[in-house]
Design a protein around this ligand. Structure first.
Ligand code: IMP
Ligand code: MG
Length: 187
């Protein structure tokens, strides 16, 4: 397995900038829902690192939940709106202020489907908090209330985002040089 140093082309967002922006997002959420409470729903697995840092920056009463979805799209990108829940919530979201915590919005299909599936459960409010937004690749319109960074159309990794399931643990966002990255050959 390659070390990330072998295929990284640049560090797009260093650790300090991530943490600074996440602090701002936490403060914004705390202001917007002052005197109320929020339920953060982390979309596994990419949103995990963002969730755990974000929740520490929120000063109002906060609960967390996890859900996982899979799309039938092939390869690194989900290409269709065919999304299903593989791990559902353990709790009711009715009448609660729900914030979906996502690593990245690319075509928008994943989060659009999640929004549709959750809105029928009648939350009080339902909003999206995405660390990264690849806005130029959007295929379906989604309302991103809280956005960390708008990024160019490059494949990124680290801080929750994977390449073939690895490298989520890195504390920064890096760009992959696809000429240098060598996928593991599975036998
Ligand atoms: P969408 O349905 O096209 O918006 O895809 C969103 C999902 O694709 C994210 O939750 C990520 O898991 C994955 N994804 C999209 N772009 C990247 C990337 O640059 N690096 C790693 N994962 C990505
Ligand atoms: Mg992924």
């Amino acid at each position: 397995m390659q070390k990330y140093e072998e295929f990284i082309s640049e560090i797009l967002i260093p650790q300090e900038r991530l943490q600074q922006r996440i602090k701002e997002l936490g403060e914004e959420i705390s202001r917007d829902f002052a005197n109320e409470s929020v339920l953060l729903i982390c979309i596994l697995r990419g949103g995990v690192m963002f969730l755990t840092d974000l929740m520490r920056q929120i000063s109002i009463p906060t609960a967390i939940e996890f859900m996982a979805v899979s799309s039938y799209g092939v390869g690194r990108r989900s290409t269709s709106g065919d999304v299903r829940i593989t791990l559902d919530l353990n709790t009711s979201i009715e009448d609660r202020n729900v914030i979906l915590v996502e690593d990245i919005i690319d075509s928008g299909h994943t989060i659009h489907s999640v929004l549709e599936m959750l809105s029928v459960r009648r939350p009080k409010t339902l909003s999206i908090c995405a660390l990264l937004d690849k806005a130029e690749r959007r295929e379906v319109d989604v309302p991103v209330r809280y956005c960390g960074f708008t990024i160019p159309n490059k494949f990124v990794f680290g801080y929750g985002l994977d390449i073939d399931d690895y490298y989520r643990n890195l504390p920064f966002i890096g760009v992959v040089d696809l000429d240098k990255y060598q996928p593991e050959v599975k036998s």
